[in-house]
Ligand binder design. Structure first.
Ligand code: RP5
Length: 163
């Protein structure tokens, strides 16, 4: 079982998660993705989380749209960190999912990132930072990414703006 388990509520969520998978790959973090709906496959979700924990998964990323209960239910089933990605799948532009994912009651935390593909990438970056606390080689890759990002930001300054 890989280090990170990514779970989403529907196959229709997978394209939005591509950036998450790419960033995890860039950091060299092992992951697997599963489609398990909290509403339609509750028993399967319980079973999967137990199996993943027993097999050594350290962190879960959960993504869902609409009444997005998946990250919260997942957090109720594990003591490992859960990062939640609210997805933009309905007529409320993802605000419905954002509220559902971010408004967890005290004691059942879900680290909530931005709606949609930006959040998907940040979920992977946040996972890397958490895992890097106990993984010096990964910590170096996180530091390298941050340095790279800083230098690219500088290159984007229009010379006319600093005259
Ligand atoms: C949520 O409902 C899923 O995460 C998805 O974002 C949304 C729509 O699901 P489908 O109708 O495509 O299965 O549970």
């Amino acid at each position: 079982m890989p280090t990170v388990a990514v779970v989403c509520g529907s196959r229709s969520d997978l394209p939005t998660l591509k950036g998450c998978f790419d960033v995890l790959d860039d950091y060299g973090i092992g992951w697997e993705a599963s489609v398990i709906s909290a509403h339609r496959q509750a028993d399967a979700l319980h079973e999967y989380v137990g199996e993943a924990e027993a097999a050594g998964t350290l962190l879960f990323i959960a993504a869902a749209g609409l009444a997005a209960h998946l990250p919260g239910v997942l957090a109720s089933l594990t003591a490992r960190p859960v990062i939640g990605i609210p997805l933009d799948g309905g007529s409320l532009g993802g605000a419905d999912a954002l509220y559902a994912v971010v408004q967890m009651p005290p004691g059942v935390p879900v680290a909530t990132v931005a709606i949609g593909s930006a959040g998907a990438k940040n979920a992977a970056h946040l996972a890397a930072r958490i895992l890097a606390l106990a993984d010096p080689a990964l910590a170096e890759r996180v530091a390298a990414f941050r340095g790279d990002q800083a230098s690219k930001a500088e290159l984007r300054i229009d010379p006319r703006a600093s005259r």
